[in-house]
Design a protein around this ligand. Sequence first.
Ligand SMILES: [Zn+2]
Length: 317
Amino acid sequence: MHTDLVAALDIGGTKIAGALVDGHGRILLRAQVATPAQEDGDTVMGAVAQVLGELTASPRWGEARAVGIGSAGPVDASAGTVSPVNVPGWRGYPLVERVRAATGGLPVSLIGDGVAITAAEHWQGAARGHDNALCMVVSTGVGGGLVLGGRLHPGPTGNAGHIGHISVDLDGDACPCGARGCVERIASGPNIARRAVERGWRPGPDGDASAAAVAAAAVAGDPVAAASFERAAQALAAGIAATATLVEIDIAVIGGGVAKAGEVLFAPLRRALTDYATLSFVQGLEVVPARMGTDAGLVGAAAAALTGVERETVAGV
Ligand SMILES: [Zn+2]
């Protein structure tokens, strides 16, 4: 019997995914709907309830001991609320309470999506066996999370490790977060593409002006496309080096759509790290691609739920 079965929710601006996950991180059942991101808060919650309804209808549901949620941020794990930037109907939305009510009072753990991906990479992916790691997602935005001393470090509100909004260019472009020169403002997919276009790169006949198209152009030898990835790599390297210097990580794991560019990103990133990670205790820092793929958010949310169950068991609650 799977006494360690948990439910997982991965809530983003485009989709809401749910799963029943066993103690080995295997997904036994999954459900998914599009996020009605521009609707009011209760409509978005209705979509979450629909996903949960598919899970609770399963004959295995009775074995589920807890629910883990990885949500687009910011989240406030201490208050049990979420305010995802791309879901304006949810501001300080009491997601934990609503999910608890929809699942018959199961314990609910909430973490940010970057932290969830970190939990997944540490449990089963590229950070496995590393006690001190930074895991990042570089796609439409740049997020991340930390493993410190062998444990996930979500921080009090569940957002620790949000490397995308560390400033690496003090007088740089204004970032939507309110600061300037953030890693995300330089290294996210849309910003890689924007910078390439500004410097004269033009998409091919298919009109694809995404970061993936810029990556393909870089592979084909386009210097402007390559330079835009090099600038992104430099920003990522500065952020990673700052993190390593601050808390002594020995590996940085990078996933997300932009990381699919492979060596177009990783080669200049490793070079740039030698410029910024200079002190003896950070020189051995490794940078590797993520391994978990699109299920990382669900698997990480399940890890958070299982950790929550362990904590309660230890505490005798
Ligand atoms: Zn920012």
